[in-house]
Design a protein around this ligand. Structure first.
Ligand code: MG
Length: 337
């Protein structure tokens, strides 16, 4: 079993602005694991605010020796070994995890949603993200998002109500909002959430700083809409302490270390009666197709990361009339272009 990797830069179709920053590219590392002539593909997507980079990922991936493992079917042993190599490096670990899952799926001839016993009909509709921008640009983005049935709106700027009113001037589709920790006052936040409910918003993602557990718990208790943790939740270890603080969690492969960790998090959250969303960074169809394999298990999907880039090197899971369509290709369901 041999691992190789190369750095790559994703070109974003639009400048992407959230509460904390703006950018036009996202660094990723593309990973391949070869075993008996079969190749599994993986990816680490590393938006700069998460602290990983081409350099840190290459450094971590260089330490890995897969030749000590007889077969890729030793997923548990291999992923435990990876965790022991260094702390953190979740995107780099996810890249290896995804490539191993792709490889194992290809060797068994089945896609992962089938190996997990999931019904592809239950794959959710995905939201499409509308970043903050001038009203005329927002209106144009909403028109371009016509095939999607749910829009995710980035809030936490200075013109949140104007953003929603602008979108409502062109569509009455269901919306969800992502504040990216941008609200500071819990009373104002609750007033705004009541107003958002009237505007047809389905849920609110990460309204306040992840550090303010009590304020987020108070909001969750009083909010008429579900409050979903994103920045506050990274790995499986974060789920239990957030029970009662948020209504649910947003799981991302790049935060938690890959498909196996995400699968564990979904099961734990369900045991705690929490809502589950599966989300993504800007990424290629590799990461998106990998995350989609789990999507029949979740309440909401936000798997548009590949739709926001112009240089996707893979073809994978598709979106038809807003719904995630899982294909019959083995592994994570992708082809290299
Ligand atoms: Mg978010």
């Amino acid at each position: 079993m041999k691992l190789s990797f190369k750095p790559y830069d994703l070109q974003l179709k639009h400048v992407f602005t959230i509460a904390s920053n703006s950018r036009t590219t996202t660094p990723v590392i593309l990973v391949e694991i070869k075993y008996e002539g079969v190749v599994g593909y993986g990816e680490a997507s590393m938006p700069p605010y998460l602290g990983e980079s081409h350099i840190t990922a290459a450094d971590f991936l260089s330490k890995i020796n897969l030749e000590q493992f007889a077969t890729p079917f030793l997923l548990d042993d291999i992923l435990t070994y990876l965790d022991g190599l260094a702390d953190g490096n979740y995107a780099a670990k996810a890249a290896v995890d995804i490539a191993l899952h792709d490889l194992v799926g290809k060797l068994t001839g089945q896609p992962w949603y089938k190996l997990w016993g999931l019904n592809p009909e239950k794959a959710p509709h995905t939201s499409f993200t509308i970043g903050m921008d001038r009203p005329e640009v927002v209106r144009q983005k909403v028109i371009e998002a016509d095939p999607y049935t749910i829009l995710k709106v980035k809030l936490g700027g200075v013109n949140d109500m104007e953003m929603i009113e602008t979108i409502r001037s062109v569509t009455d589709k269901p919306l969800c909002v992502d504040v990216n920790q941008g609200w500071n006052d819990k009373y104002q936040a609750l007033d705004l959430i009541h107003w958002l409910k009237e505007k047809g918003i389905a849920f609110v993602e990460q309204p306040m700083s992840k550090k303010r557990l009590d304020d987020n718990a108070w909001l969750t208790e009083n909010s008429p809409l579900p409050i979903i943790a994103d920045e506050a939740v990274q790995t499986v270890n974060d789920v239990l302490p957030l029970n009662g603080v948020y209504s649910g969690i947003n799981i991302k492969l790049m935060k938690c270390g890959g498909m196996r960790a995400a699968h564990k998090m979904i099961i734990l959250a369900r045991c705690l009666n929490m809502k589950v969303m599966i989300g993504c960074m800007t990424a290629t169809s590799c990461t998106i197709s990998a995350a989609s394999q789990l999507s029949p298990m979740v309440d909401w999907a936000d798997l548009d990361g590949n739709l926001l880039i112009s240089n996707d090197p893979f073809k994978g899971v598709t979106i038809v009339n807003g719904k995630v369509i899982l294909n019959d290709k083995p592994g994570i369901g992708i082809e290299k272009l």
